[in-house]
Design a protein around this ligand. Structure first.
Ligand SMILES: [Ca+2]
Ligand SMILES: [Ca+2]
Length: 99
């Protein structure tokens, strides 16, 4: 079973619309669970990466990135279009939604 990467840009775990990305490890155990809430995922089957601040919108886009640092492990690219990196607070716009 393949692994899954799920972006949830409107998640509020780190603040209003901070966003989150779930990395789910495909496994026979996961297949046996059937329907399950992401927040109830048993330890070891996956993990969440939480946007750190309001309106970061982490997970609006997600992608595999190959092995960027050459350590033999696959890397990920996670978009957070509202993330403030220069001390300026701003609210990102969601595509297709009034902003
Ligand atoms: Ca929200
Ligand atoms: Ca790597």
């Amino acid at each position: 079973m393949a692994d899954l990467l799920i972006g949830v840009p409107r998640a509020d775990a780190g603040g209003t619309d901070s966003g989150a990305v779930w990395l789910i490890r495909g496994s026979a155990e996961l297949s046996r669970l059937g329907q399950i809430a992401l927040t109830a995922l048993p330890a070891g089957l996956g993990q969440a990466i939480i946007g750190p601040a309001d309106w970061d919108l982490l997970g609006l886009a997600v992608s595999q990135a190959g092995d960027l640092n050459g350590d033999g492990l696959g890397d990920l690219i996670l978009a957070a279009p509202g993330r403030d990196v220069a001390g300026r607070a701003r609210r990102a716009r969601m595509p297709g939604r009034p902003g």
